[in-house]
Design a binder for this molecule. Structure first.
Ligand code: COA
Length: 334
């Protein structure tokens, strides 16, 4: 007779219980970027909305930025690090193939023996992590999940590449996902379009680099215009689907936190969604640049810390990037 395996049971509802972020100390102006590319402060501001960004100093490692952001998130969640059952780190800039950086972060935080692993979903990684963390809590696989989005993209950006040098930047954000009395994380809508794999990618594989006569650190390349068009048109549909699946409309939203890729994409999405005028829109890209997996928690935390958004607000997260991959969900801000 087949043995009867017990079914896992978790929390009826989940929520983001705490959020934290880390911004590197060094502010990099457009003029500094333009020392290496044929561009101008005016072009960068107009085409991307970026006025300045932050680059990490050597001591501001992926681990350090993650730990700092996480300590704030854990403290605000009102739990001890030891209560965390799983640490998910969304990043593409932990420059070691294995092991993942998550166990190191977990160890430094005192979250051991939590399960700890990295996910590689580029700019949409953080929203993947929030959805996966929420599902884990709902299934009973974990009670508290720490989700971190962190990048040191300055390490893998070519300062002489006109298509990317002005866009990418560094930083970290973290949230604690856990059980809640009422629903705080809506169903995730996610996906990927591998036919567009080449639009944003590392220029060489590690093996190709090793076979080169003069090996150079691989860097990111992006075919910006098709990505821009895809994000501006297709992502509004995904955002609407996330609202539908949460049983809400734009009229229920207080805050819109899209991936901070380009101010014009943010504006195009807001128009396509017909967001009411009183919805607060995250525009962190102006002073933070595109921090890939870190951009949504950095932007959400900035709105909370400035008072533009408040705890209990209903927010729509939507992230998209290399893969091309995407993920979106409606959440209640902690
Ligand atoms: N400085 C000055 N001029 C530049 C430039 C730069 N850094 N990069 C490109 N140009 C020029 C081009 O040569 C072109 O000139 P031409 O009209 O004389 O041929 C012109 O600007 C327009 O180029 P294009 O690539 O069409 O610009 P764009 O309006 O698409 O803006 C991006 C470029 C990168 C800002 C934009 O495509 C973008 O933000 N893409 C999406 C990025 C994104 O969402 N990433 C998400 C995943 S991380």
């Amino acid at each position: 007779m087949t043995a009867s395996i017990a079914t896992a049971h978790g929390a009826a509802h989940t929520a983001i219980l705490g959020i934290g972020s880390y911004r590197p100390s060094r502010v990099v102006s457009n003029d500094e970027i333009c020392r290496h590319i044929d561009s101008s402060d005016e072009w960068i501001r107009t085409r991307s909305g970026i006025i300045e960004r932050r680059f990490a100093e050597p001591h501001e490692t992926v681990q350090l930025m993650s730990v700092e952001a996480s300590r704030t998130a854990i403290e605000r969640a009102g739990i001890a690090a030891a209560q965390i059952d799983c640490v998910i780190v969304a990043t593409v800039s932990h420059l070691m193939q294995t092991p993942a950086v998550a166990p190191l972060i977990s160890e430094e935080l005192g979250a051991t023996p939590a399960a700890a692993f990295d996910i590689s979903a580029a700019c949409s990684g953080f929203c993947h992590g929030v959805g996966m963390g929420s599902d884990m809590v709902r299934c009973g696989t974990a009670k508290y999940v720490l989700v971190i989005g962190v990048e040191r993209l300055s390490d893998i950006t070519d300062p002489t590449d006109r298509g990317t040098a002005f866009i990418f930047a560094d930083g970290a954000g973290a949230v604690v996902v856990g059980p809640a009395d009422v629903e705080g994380i809506g169903p995730m809508v996610w996906g990927a379009d591998g036919s567009k794999f080449d639009l944003i990618r590392q220029n060489e594989t590690w093996i190709d680099v090793l076979n080169m006569e003069h090996a150079e650190m691989p860097t990111l390349r992006m075919d910006g215009n098709p990505v821009f068009r895809w994000a501006s048109y297709e992502m509004a549909k995904i955002a609407n689907e996330a609202l539908d699946r949460a049983g809400l409309t734009v009229d229920d939203l207080d805050v819109f936190v899209p991936h901070q890729a380009n101010m014009r994409i943010i504006d195009a999405m807001a128009r396509a969604l017909k967001l009411p005028d009183d919805v607060v829109i995250a525009r962190d890209i102006s002073h933070q640049g595109n921090t890939s997996a870190a951009s949504i928690p950095l932007a959400a935390n900035a709105l909370l810390e400035s008072g533009e958004a408040k705890s209990g607000d209903t927010a729509l997260f939507i992230a998209f990037g290399a893969g091309l991959s995407y993920a979106a969900q409606v959440v209640t801000l902690p």
